[in-house]
Design a protein around this ligand. Structure first.
Ligand code: NAD
Length: 302
């Protein structure tokens, strides 16, 4: 991550789990950032969490107190996207709102209307069609996917996604933004689920079927993948981190586009119905207290 201050401004739309990390990343890397969300509580939570990430960065010696303060000062919030763009040109809008095509289309249309011609619109969608999102704008060549990983400040991968019309120069600009953020970028052509979401949706779904079938406890299924395959996290722990509502939306889309092998496990739908969304709701496959997993709290599916 570079500490050089740039003159480029970035608008991040959606102050959830991912918007928080992406806004932090750009602010920490010298960009002026406006974080947009109509939900005031989400904005407040995001600003609080960004403050915590900066505080941890200072504690761990990654940046000085002064640098953290300057980076925090580069971040502003706004409830309304139009207000964030009118008379304040941005080089890049990163759309990272709820995984829903209608919401994303409305956001990119508005951004397209208000951004300077040369600016780029990126979507952080995990699985929706980038080409379809781009087609809602008059600048499809300057629209691409910038798919970040959670938690953004720890995960180095940035998957760039080329839609049907994305130009080489747009990809080059996005690679430069990725470099500025200290990310390792890969480029993939749009296919449902890209590389990573497709693989992790498949694993998380299979792990939920195993839980449902009583193959093993949640803890043992996660331990199998962590210890047996050296995965840093088990598939159920990862689902709790991602959010089962987001995971379910991805699976439904992959099921519709890639077929039967992605049929969402009914237990995921049940968990979402019950509000067990994962860490963000305090309960998913596991239960959490003060951000820590409660030992022995793994869901018993039967
Ligand atoms: P989230 O539910 O934590 O946050 C979504 C936020 O979008 C909410 O705060 C909501 O108020 C806001 N929002 C809804 N409509 C909006 C609008 N019109 N304008 C501005 N904000 C709006 O979701 P998340 O996990 O942060 O996911 C966001 C996006 O990132 C999704 O497209 C998801 O697929 C993608 N993604 C998620 C992960 C993950 O691990 N959770 C990883 C990579 C990509």
């Amino acid at each position: 991550m570079s500490n050089a201050v740039t003159t480029e401004r970035v608008v991040v739309v959606g102050a959830g789990l991912m918007g928080t990390g992406i806004a932090h990343g750009f602010a920490a890397s010298g960009f002026a950032v406006t974080l947009v969300d109509p939900d005031a509580a989400a904005l407040e939570r995001a600003v609080g969490n960004i403050g915590k990430i900066f505080a941890d960065g200072v504690r761990l010696g990654k940046m000085s107190d002064g640098e953290a303060g300057a980076a925090r000062a580069r971040l502003t919030t706004q409830a309304d996207l139009a207000r964030a763009l009118v008379n304040q040109p941005a080089a890049l809008v990163v759309e990272t709102a709820t995984e829903n095509m209608a919401i994303k289309v409305a956001i990119v249309r508005e951004a397209d209307r208000l951004l300077p011609a040369e600016s780029v619109i990126a979507s952080n969608t995990s699985a929706l069609s980038l080409t379809e999102i781009a087609a809602a704008t008059q600048r499809a060549d300057r629209v691409l996917g910038m798919h970040f990983f959670n938690p953004v400040h720890k995960m180095k991968l940035l998957e760039l996604v080329r839609g049907l019309a994305t130009s080489d120069s747009t990809v080059a600009r996005a690679r430069a933004w990725g470099d500025a953020l200290g990310k390792t970028t890969i480029l993939v052509n749009e296919e449902p689920g890209l590389t990573t979401s497709r693989m992790s949706a498949m694993m998380g779904n299979e792990a939920m079927y195993m839980l449902l079938e009583g193959v093993g406890s949640a803890e043992d299924i996660d331990t199998a993948l962590r210890v047996g395959f050296n995965h840093p996290m088990g598939p159920l722990e990862l689902g709790d981190l991602t959010g089962w509502d987001t995971r379910l939306a991805v699976l439904k889309y992959l099921h519709a586009t890639l077929g039967e092998k992605f049929r969402p496990c009914p237990l995921i739908q049940k968990m979402v119905n019950a509000g067990r969304l994962g860490r963000k709701s305090g309960k998913g496959v596991y239960e959490y207290a003060d951000g820590q997993r409660v030992p022995g709290s793994g869901l018993k599916a039967r």
